[in-house]
Design a protein around this ligand. Structure first.
Ligand code: PMP
Ligand code: GLN
Length: 396
């Protein structure tokens, strides 16, 4: 959408939605296409996931599985596979019939949970920089977002700031770990602090764990819902997109207590009702892949992280090495730039590469201004090519 179209569309929107605009991912991917740039912006792998999983989708389509509306809560095979996945990796026991809801990607689970749980004026505390759909969904629910800012170099959680952010209007803590865009993964202490704050203040936690298997250097992911006192107050959200490298299939899910799942289901049923029938069968099979699959996914991405981190550092950028996800954050000031949004809009012309500016994910825009996010879920040759192109910046 052009800037003018985007301005014109605003007149139709109610005031509380006027700040939403076009997502930065759409803007930057369109820029990459138009300028024939290497797209290290939007987070999607440039190679598809396992062939057996793709074949499972083809088989489901051919056998007429899921070609008509699947059940509203998701096919039983997938709900069982999700429950088994939680037990296998985290020892978390959930009932696939009452505690699992299949959604159109994690995106719909986030929207469903926020619309179900947040009333007008309710405050939602979220880690800033926020994944962009959080701010949009909180706005749609007419809630109020309250940031707890993560700062360079390590993006650790300021536990005192988290405690201070709670007010009598706080309803939800919205947590994301491993965290997009910073790559931060919760430490044991941070996880405990979040749970303490949630329990002491009787808050619901929405825990976005889509990068649960993209965690590096022998760190392990632990769902917040498995912490003492958290099972009945946490909505865990994940999806098959990142774990199986099929981001276009949009098979996601929410896991929670039966009453919380019912609340989320109430809104979800009027968003899409159902989606992705045949892909649900394929993701059910994917979740049961052997441990080696998961280990090689992580190891492969860790090697890509190292390649891109080293290359960006050699260019002179300040690199924050991520603990998880497939994004690296850099501070662009050592190269003589100040404003990440201007930098990212100019980058296709300067170097035929696209990246994502952090600042669009902040209320405290100045904190994010010099930060830029680079996706490394790309073939090594593509990462290398991007680094070669970026070397023109060195002279600046
Ligand atoms: N949460 C976070 C933190 C994300 O980065 C993304 C994008 N992958 C999503 C949710 C949305 O996931 P999905 O594509 O499954 O809707
Ligand atoms: N999650 C992806 C990212 O952060 C983008 C998904 C989207 O385009 N909405 O890059």
């Amino acid at each position: 959408m052009s800037e003018t179209d985007s301005m014109a569309s605003r007149q139709w929107l109610p005031p509380h939605l006027r700040s939403l605009g076009t997502t930065i991912f759409a803007e930057m991917s369109a820029l990459a296409l138009a300028s024939n740039s290497i797209n290290l912006g939007q987070g999607f792998p440039d190679t598809d996931g396992p062939e057996v999983v793709r074949e499972a989708a083809v088989t489901a389509l051919r056998e007429g599985k899921g070609n008509q509306y699947p059940p509203g809560i998701g096919i039983p095979e997938l709900r069982r596979a999700i429950a088994q996945h939680q037990e296998r990796w985290y020892g978390q026991v959930v009932d696939p019939d009452t505690q699992v809801l299949v959604t159109a990607g994690a995106t719909e689970a986030i929207a469903g949970a926020i619309l179900a749980l947040v009333d007008e004026g309710d405050e939602v505390i979220a880690l800033e920089p926020y994944y962009d759909s959080y701010a949009a969904c909180i706005a749609m629910a007419r809630g109020v977002r309250v940031p707890v800012t993560l700062r360079t170099p390590n993006f650790r959680i300021d536990v005192d700031a988290l405690r201070a952010a709670v007010t009598p209007r706080t309803k939800v803590l919205l947590i994301n770990s491993p965290h997009n865009p910073t790559g931060m993964a919760l430490t044991d202490n941070e996880r405990q602090a979040i749970c303490d704050v949630a329990i002491e203040n009787d808050l619901v936690v929405i825990s976005d764990e889509v990068y649960e298997h993209l965690i590096f250097d022998d760190r392990t992911h632990r769902p917040l819902a498995t912490m003492p006192g958290m099972a009945d107050r946490t909505v865990t959200i994940s999806s098959g997109g990142k774990t199986f490298s099929f981001t276009g299939w949009k098979i996601g899910w929410a896991i929670a207590s039966p009453s919380l799942i019912n609340a989320v289901r109430t809104t979800k049923q009027f968003l899409t009702y159902v989606s992705g029938g045949p892909f649900q069968y394929a993701i059910a099979q994917a979740l049961a892949l052997p441990d080696e699959y998961y280990a090689s996914l992580t190891a492969g991405l860790q090697a890509k992280r190292d390649l891109l981190a080293q290359g960006l550092s050699d260019l002179g950028l300040d690199v924050c090495v991520p603990e998880g996800t497939y994004f690296i954050t850099t501070d662009i000031r050592p190269l003589g730039f100040e404003d990440g949004l201007e930098f990212c809009r100019a980058l296709p012309k300067l170097a035929s590469v696209v990246a994502i500016p952090h600042q669009v994910f902040y209320d405290n825009v100045d904190v994010g201004k010099p930060l830029v996010r680079w996706a490394f879920c790309k073939q090594d040759s593509v990462l290398q090519d991007a680094l070669n192109r970026l070397s023109v910046l060195k002279a600046n």
